[in-house]
Design a protein around this ligand. Structure first.
Ligand SMILES: Nc1ncnc2c1ncn2[C@@H]1O[C@H](COP(=O)(O)OP(=O)(O)OP(=O)(O)O)[C@@H](O)[C@H]1O
Ligand SMILES: [Mg+2]
Length: 354
């Protein structure tokens, strides 16, 4: 049986930690990460401007959450209308976005307004914008430039006043270089670029998020919040979270339902998480090769990632300083960061002030 001192959990008030000066809109966006804090400050400044925003970040990093915060902070009177451009078949997306007239195509038995019209005086959230076909990209460009929409089969353009927030987990600039995404549209969209860090770039958020979701799902399931053994929490912190916050949230929801009692031990965690931790926690200077052997590549990779992330965090993303800390050439470090997808970029606000 674990002693209370060995358990991690029962936070007092997570949302107020490191967040006393935050706007209430951000109360459900849990973070103690300096890059995220800078994004919050930028959002507060831009929210009422109506500028087009492009949010990038890996899957599950909170792009939709941030889009909602921007909309809520704006002074617009309309709705936030989300459209998942990747989930709607190409041939239907145009009428979904811009509407259609009766008889415009087979099955169009009555006219229907599109999502742009539904978002009039509000915000349209174009999720997975990288999936949009070139012909629709042209039409979207026209909406941005002329502030009018033309429904499928319609003859009269209708003017709309809609703030556009687009999001993607792809690298749109790469898509531009490959000729898959229009350069002019790219620059029109990223008037304000927001790049959300992955969860592995914000390790300080893991415990806060674990406690936040434990509390949330405890309330939903009418039980006490989970507490985590020191080893279990260490495993959660060491894992690389490819699915980011969504993956962590799903795990806590599942544990809340499945674990007997309140305490979560390392053995309650999925093996991919428990094993990952034992490999990363492996101290290369002290280690003896275990009888069972090791996964050499995963081990070396995890160790490299951990050192690079620590160096970038400590130098606030300054690669020259991070390379010095690691005694590497800057170019070698840059190549590794790119290959491993560990980019820690400074936000535009900071870049402008340089
Ligand atoms: N900082 C955070 N604090 C609390 N919950 C968060 C945070 N970031 C994300 N979440 C939660 O994680 C889940 C995923 O977030 P969201 O849907 O915004 O991610 P996304 O970047 O849009 O993902 P995808 O690219 O897969 O669409 C949501 O349930 C969201 O509420
Ligand atoms: Mg999303």
């Amino acid at each position: 049986m674990l002693q209370q001192a060995e358990l991690i959990g029962f936070p007092t008030d997570i949302s107020s930690r490191h967040a006393s000066d935050r706007h209430p809109v951000f109360k459900n966006i849990i973070t103690a990460n300096p890059r995220m804090e800078r994004i919050f400050r930028m959002i507060e400044k831009l929210a009422t401007s109506g500028s087009t925003v492009l949010i990038t970040g890996e899957s599950g990093t909170g792009k939709e959450l941030i889009a909602r915060a921007i909309h809520e902070l704006s002074d617009s009177t309309g709705h936030l209308v989300p459209v998942n451009c990747g989930a709607i078949p190409d041939n239907l997306l145009e009428s979904e976005l811009f509407g259609h007239e009766k008889g415009a195509f087979t099955g169009a038995i009555s006219s229907r307004p599109g999502r742009f019209v539904m978002a009039d005086n509000g915000t349209i959230f174009l999720d997975e914008i990288g999936e949009m076909t070139p012909s629709l990209q042209v039409k979207l460009l026209r909406v941005i430039q002329d502030k009018v929409v033309e429904s499928v089969g319609g003859v009269k353009p209708r003017s709309v006043n809609v703030r556009i927030i687009a999001a993607t987990n792809r690298n749109l600039l790469d898509q531009v270089k490959e000729g898959k995404f229009r350069e002019d549209l790219f620059y029109r969209l990223q008037v304000v670029p927001i790049e959300l860090p992955s969860l592995r770039e914000r390790p300080e958020d893991i415990e806060l998020l674990v406690n936040f979701f434990s509390k949330k799902y405890a309330e939903e399931n009418d039980r006490r919040p989970l507490v985590f053994s020191v080893e279990a929490m260490a495993a959660l912190k060491a894992y690389n979270w490819p699915g980011n916050i969504r993956e962590l949230e799903n795990l806590i929801e599942r544990l809340t339902v499945l674990v007997d009692g309140d305490a979560v031990y390392e053995t309650d965690l999925p093996t991919r998480i428990a094993n990952y931790s034992s490999q990363v926690a492996f101290d290369p200077m002290m280690a003896l090769l275990p009888e069972s052997g090791v996964d050499f590549n995963a081990l070396v990779d995890g160790f490299e990632n951990s050192l690079i992330i620590q160096a970038l965090e400590r130098t606030n993303g300054n690669k020259k300083a991070a390379a010095r800390l690691l005694n590497l050439n800057r170019t070698t470090l840059v190549e590794k960061i790119k290959k491993k997808g560990l980019e820690v970029r400074r936000d535009p606000e900071e870049q402008n002030s340089l």
